[in-house]
Each structure stands twice: as C-alpha cells, then as structure tokens.
Design a binder for this molecule. Structure first.
Ligand SMILES: Cc1cc2nc3c(=O)[nH]c(=O)nc-3n(C[C@H](O)[C@H](O)[C@H](O)COP(=O)(O)OP(=O)(O)OC[C@H]3O[C@@H](n4cnc5c(N)ncnc54)[C@H](O)[C@@H]3O)c2cc1C
Length: 485
C-alpha cells in the first residue's frame, strides 16, 4: 500500500512538472537499468519496446536439469556494479572452476606436465605482455608471444615441441571463446577493456544471472517494493524505424503502429546496429565509423544433462587439445554437420565445465568461424558430435554415460542479437580513441538529445559485460534526468 502511494506521488509530480515522454528500445539489462533510473527520478511516462517475448536480452536463465542454467551471461567479473547491487543479499559465490582444470589429448591421454601448465598459463593471460599496435591483430600479437615463450622453451624437446605446436589450435579456440570472435585475426591487439578488481569468476547461488533483473526491478528480496514496470513494457514489439528529424522522435513497430516520444534510448546490440537500417535519416558518419570499428561475432553454449553423472566430484573443467593428425582425419570418424578445410565443427568444442548449482549438467564452450552454420544443426547432430568428442578425449579414463536433454544456444542467428558480445576490431585501434564513446553520442535536434544510445558496446572500458551494460543504461537515464531539473 505504502509503495503504491509512493508511485502515485511520483506520477502526480511528473504530471505537474511536465516530465518528458521516453521510449526505450530493448528490455535487456541496459534498457531495464535505464527504465528503473528514470522511474525513480519521476520520469514515468515510459514505453519499453522489446522484440523478444521476455526481458533480459543476453541474460537468459532457463529451467534445466535439477535447477537453472544460463544460455547467456553467467559470471560476474569483479566487484563491479552487479556485485555492489547484490553484495548484502548473499547471492554470489566464487566458481571453483578453472583452478584445477584437466587437459586431455585427442589420443585419450591426460596431459599433466610442465608444458600443459605453461600452455594454460599463457592462454589464460593471452592479452598480457603482447605487442599492441594498430597494424597487429590479437592473433598475430599472441603468436609472437607464443613463439618467443612456449615454442622457444621446448624447441629442443621433440615430444613436447609437438604438443606445444598442437597447443596453438587450443589457444586459438580458447581466445575466440573469450573474445566472441570468429577468428583471432579479427580483434585488435590493443584494447580499452579494463577489468574491475576482485574475483573475476563469481556465479549465482540461486537460479542464474536473471537474479540481477529481479534485484534491479526490486522484485527481490521484498516483492512488495517492486517497480511497476509491467504497465510500461511491451513484449514481442520489434522496432523497425526511428525517425529523429522533428522535436520528438517517432518510433515505428513491425505491427504497423507508430509512437512519439521526447527521447528514445536505443539499446540493441552492435550486431543489430550493423545489420538493420533503423534510422531516418541515417546516423552521422562519426557514429557509422564507430559501429564499423566494433566486432560482433559469437560463441555457442552447449548444455548437457547427464541423468547418470560420470565425472568425479573433484573435477571442474576439461580442456580438449587436438593432435594435428587427428584433426585432419576427423571427418573420417565423424562426418555430420559443417566442416571447413576438411576439419569438422566438433573440433570447436574447446572446454567442458561443471555448473556448481546444477550437479548433473556440463556446459560446453564452442567457438570459431563455423558458428553461423553450427547454430543451424539439429540437436541430434549436436548431441552425436559432442559425445563423439567427449568419448574420444575422456573415454579412456571415464565411463561416459549417455546425456538426456541437450540445449544449444543460437545468439548469432537470432535477428534480435546477431552475436554474443562486442570486441574492438583489428585495424581501428588507437590508444586515445574510444569508439564506444562515439557510439554513445546522442542524435540531437539543436542541443537536445533526441535519440540516446546505451548497451554494453557503448561502455568505454567495460564493453562486452553485464556491468558495462547496466552502467550505460544509467548513464543515458542521467542524461535525460539532467534536462528536467
Ligand atoms: C553466451 C554469452 C555469454 C556471456 N557471458 C557473460 C558473462 O559471463 N559475464 C558478463 O558480464 N557478460 C557476459 N555476456 C555479455 C552480456 O550478456 C551482455 O554484455 C549484456 O547482457 C548486454 O546487455 P544489453 O542491454 O547491452 O544488450 P541486450 O541484452 O542485447 O539487450 C538489447 C535488447 O534489445 C532487443 N532488441 C533488439 N532489436 C530490437 C528491435 N528492433 N526492437 C525492439 N527490441 C529489440 C533485444 O531482444 C534485447 O532484449 C555474455 C553474453 C552471451 C551472449
């Protein structure tokens, strides 16, 4: 009751003070964060248009197995705004995952020697101590480092040198998984990303990453305080055109309706921005250049439920390292699904990771340039191919059982995302230029911002993350709030 009264006061204050109307395009975490901030500051004349049938965007937690799993964002990286928002609610814990990974070779042997430790170290810190320049891709810069460290160290040790050379394919796949790129020649060697201090691998104790949406919307821990966003939220509403020539912006939807507002906050991904012709007139050259400077490809998450668990409780992560010869002959053993240069898609399954809150589930991480084709495979082929790899690598040491339900994400082929997370493209990097800031610049009439831009890719240092997305949504809400003191 008290809460309803509060929202009534906000609403009345808004009418009296002639607060503006705002349309938010997209109900991902940046759009939700912007909406909450506007609402809490008395700007309640809001409409949020979301193309999907749910909120959350690239945060997508679904019921699976004995609990929940995340098809999108999963880890909280450091003591960032997500951490700050929930730190008193006991919702996050450290994921004991990568501290004791096991590396297996495609002949089925467990690799555990100085070389594999060196390899894992150099791969996990792949963007440290590399030469950064506009002309050098991340892949080229990493290769230089790999040659001068690992290959140099083992050059007089034929057996380990062979493994070290095979390690390059593993390094490539792992780096693509982190970057969300299709090839390591695509990201720049330089970057503006800054890690936030603290534990980089925290996971959610209850449910999954969508807990943050409940906390932001004040549905948790006390639902009676929830922000009444439902009345402002329109699901399955795809925006097809935003016209920004007049004092107000006009937003057209795929259902044929048009809606006007004083301000529009646009939050869809760089993939959507690159692919869709959404603005009338087109955005200025500076913003077009910013969009071009950002890469947005994708990774796939494979989710497997095993009714009968076959791994040990002490296991956390399995890494797969292919012998070059096995890789080249692989399509003779498994030939379903796409391949490139004779190498099957199955070689792109780089790691298998336990889910602390879901004990019968393993998540596979899949990267590489075949993703657009891989996403289209039937679940039957996905299951057969994944089990082929798992048995090939682990079948000697484990009695691998048959999985039940399987999930396979499809972020790249979904027109509302067209990929997973943004990266800075090779050929564009300059230390002093933050293209993310250029992307964030509003489209104005006179000095009034009419269309504003939020979303992870507009964050100058925390792009590609949930915390970057939240900060970007709040930043654009603040830009509007400042106009109506
Ligand atoms: C597989 C995967 C793993 C990830 N792992 C992590 C992780 O561990 N930690 C981390 O911090 N981050 C991770 N991320 C990144 C993180 O999820 C994103 O950075 C963040 O969620 C982006 O939020 P956003 O609001 O900027 O964009 P989005 O979530 O993309 O929100 C934009 C919304 O706009 C909607 N939309 C698009 N086009 C239209 C249109 N024309 N009309 C109306 N609506 C439209 C979309 O449906 C979407 O809901 C991961 C992402 C993926 C996909």
């Amino acid at each position: 009751m008290k809460q309803r009264l509060l929202w009534l006061i906000i609403f009345t204050t808004q009418v009296l003070a002639e607060k503006p109307s705002v349309i938010i395009v997209g109900a991902g975490v940046s759009g939700i964060s912007a909406a909450v901030k506007l609402f809490e500051n008395g700007i309640a004349n809001l409409k949020i248009f979301e193309a999907e049938d749910r909120i959350g965007g690239r945060i997508h937690t679904v019921k699976f197995g004995d609990n929940f799993i995340d098809l999108g964002a999963q880890y909280c990286h450091g003591e960032n705004v997500v951490y700050d928002t929930v730190k008193d609610l006991d919702l996050l814990e450290h994921a004991q995952l990568f501290s004791t990974p096991k590396m297996y070779y495609s002949n089925g042997s467990h690799l555990d020697n100085q070389l594999t430790q060196d390899l894992q170290k150099v791969v996990s810190s792949y963007d440290h101590d590399i030469t950064r320049s506009k002309e050098l891709s991340l892949g080229d810069a990493f290769l230089k480092k790999y040659n001068s460290t690992i290959l140099e160290k083992y050059k007089n040790d034929p057996e380990n040198f062979k493994l070290a050379s095979d390690g390059l394919t593993f390094a490539h796949s792992t780096i693509l998984m982190h970057e969300g790129a299709f090839h390591w020649s695509r990201p720049a060697s330089g970057r503006h990303y800054k890690a936030v201090k603290g534990d980089q691998m925290m996971v959610w104790k209850q449910r999954g990453y969508d807990m943050i949406l409940d906390v932001l919307l004040k549905r948790y821990p006390d639902p009676s305080l929830k922000i009444p966003i439902e009345e402002k939220l329109f699901l399955n509403k795809r925006v097809t055109k935003i016209t920004w020539t007049g004092d107000k912006a006009s937003v057209k939807l795929s259902d044929g309706t048009s809606h006007e507002a004083d301000h529009v906050i646009f939050t869809p991904s760089v993939g959507v921005l690159t692919h869709d012709d959404l603005f009338e007139p087109v955005v200025p050259p500076r913003k077009q250049q910013a969009i071009k400077s950002m890469g947005f490809d994708g990774i796939i998450k494979l989710i497997l439920y095993f009714p009968e668990k076959w791994w040990h409780d002490s296991d956390s992560t399995f890494f797969f390292l292919w012998d070059r010869k096995d890789l080249e002959g692989i399509t003779k053993e498994f030939n379903e699904g796409p391949s490139k240069d004779g190498i099957s898609w199955v070689s792109n399954l780089v790691a298998l990771v336990k889910v602390p809150s879901n004990p019968h589930v393993l998540i596979g991480w899949v990267s590489g340039g075949l993703i657009p084709e891989m996403e289209k495979m039937s679940l039957d082929v996905v299951k057969k191919g994944s089990m082929f790899v798992i048995r090939k690598f682990l079948g000697r040491d484990y009695n691998v059982t048959e999985p039940g339900e399987v999930l396979w994400s499809d972020w790249h082929n979904n027109p509302n995302f067209r990929g997973t997370y943004s990266y800075e493209k090779n050929g564009y990097f300059e230390e002093e230029v933050h293209y993310q800031d250029h992307l964030a610049e509003p489209l104005t009439q006179g000095t009034t911002p009419v269309v504003l831009f939020a979303g992870e890719a507009t964050h100058p240092t925390h792009y590609s993350t949930v915390h970057g997305a939240i900060e970007s949504g709040r930043r654009e809400a603040d830009r509007i709030i400042a106009l109506y003191p």
